[in-house]
Design a protein around this ligand. Sequence first.
Ligand code: CP
Length: 317
Amino acid sequence: MSASKPAATTKLGKDLLDIDSLTKDEIQLYLDTAESMWEINKRSIKKVPTLRGKLVANLFFESSTRTRFSFEIAERRLSADSISFTAAGSSVSKGETLLDTAKNLMAMAPDAIVIRHQRSGAPHMLARELPCAIVNAGDGAHEHPTQALLDAFTIRRRKGRLAGLRVAICGDVLHSRVARSNVSLLTKMGADVTLSGPRTLMPVGVEQYGARCVNRIEAAVEDADVVMMLRVQKERGGGLGYPNDREFFELFGLTPERRRLARRDAIVMHPGPMNRGVEIDSSVADGPDSAILDQVEAGVAIRMAVLYLLIGSSGEE
Ligand code: CP
């Protein structure tokens, strides 16, 4: 059994650093390849030998549940060897720099490094310095490209297309790498995106993202096909943008009443982890329109596709 590579002429770069620098064809290739991976994940034996002999190093300098576990599962399902590194317990706590850490890991010859880092641009710096593939698993408030790919994959599976859909992305846009990557991907693929949130949690220059911007959540959600809520990122200062959680929920939270403003067949998304009762009501998060756990499932298929396309070599399967 093996993963079948879609017949495509699209040539990807060495790394996956952001959505901004991907073409529509490259995005399409990732999404189409994830369909093959999705099929593998539905088999009783969910493992193929495609990346046998390849080594992936997972470097997580920030906490993660979904991204880290889904990369690790993706690596195992493709038969890659993998090592996982967290800053706590490593020599980073003795003052070693990111570049020194990465160069030392490089000496052990990984084929790919997956990195999550609190500093925007950290994966780009590694990509310039190291010969192996670098995959951005979230850098500061900049980008989270595999999240946007898995979100697009989820939407495409649920709605059959991306072009022409009305997508509302609501909440703490200021600190959200998920919002930035999603706006970039969805607008490239022809979706109509609206951003909303408190003015204090909207980035300066947000108009340049290429999405419509409104303050009131009701204006964003009305007639939407997809409602994507964002986590208030208290660890990055998101809680300073409004008086208290109760007030945020009253003015900007996705309640059942606000959900009803969207199309009857709309889906509700959230990248996780959720602040229940702050940006989203539990009855909506766990309700019949929720695609939140579909997103998590899609994460494994997308990360398998990314690793396969970047470090899987044809003819060796
Ligand atoms: N969506 C997401 O990035 O979740 P984690 O922080 O748990 O990886």
